[in-house]
Design a protein around this ligand. Structure first.
Ligand code: 5GP
Ligand code: ZN
Length: 138
């Protein structure tokens, strides 16, 4: 096991509020959400950034976004979402393992990119709401 934070999350060594996984992709709540439901979608295979991923994993990431983003948004009562990827330290990438941010947005609420610090209980509640929505939509 390498020393990568997100690899440890995929392996369950570091706990997370998981909302989805398949053979290539893993999705969990961001610990410092800029909005309720802020989700990170990552490739299970370690790659420092998208350019280093296989094309198959890059496609799997986008398929997961296609399947998840609107359902996550609806689960938290939002109407739209921002997608974000910081590619490279120069762009603000802190965790060097490919991840896409899904940031649900409510009409009339300022689109801040400031981190918030919800409790584990609050995050668990949001994750459960999202999982219920994903399961009911299947
Ligand atoms: P980046 O700046 O690399 O695009 O985003 C990394 C994200 O990972 C940040 O939004 C940060 O809040 C999130 N993050 C950092 N450490 C953890 C952690 O231990 N657990 C979870 N769930 N998210 C984390
Ligand atoms: Zn990794």
């Amino acid at each position: 096991m390498n020393d990568c934070l997100f690899c440890k999350i995929v392996a369950g060594i570091i706990p997370s509020h998981k909302i989805f996984e398949n053979d290539r992709v893993f999705a969990f709540l961001d610990i410092g959400p800029v909005s309720p439901g802020h989700t990170l979608v990552i490739t299970k295979a370690h790659a420092e950034n998208l350019a280093a991923n296989t094309v198959e994993d890059a496609c799997a990431l986008m398929v997961a976004i296609h399947d998840l983003a609107l359902k996550i948004t609806q689960a938290v009562g939002a109407q739209g979402y921002n997608l974000g990827m910081n590619h490279g330290v120069a762009a603000g990438q802190d965790v060097l393992h490919t991840h896409l941010h899904i940031m649900p947005r409510q009409e009339g609420v300022a689109r801040e990119f400031k981190k918030t610090h919800p409790s584990q209980e609050e995050l668990a509640k949001v994750a459960e709401m999202i999982r219920v929505q994903l399961n009911s939509a299947n």
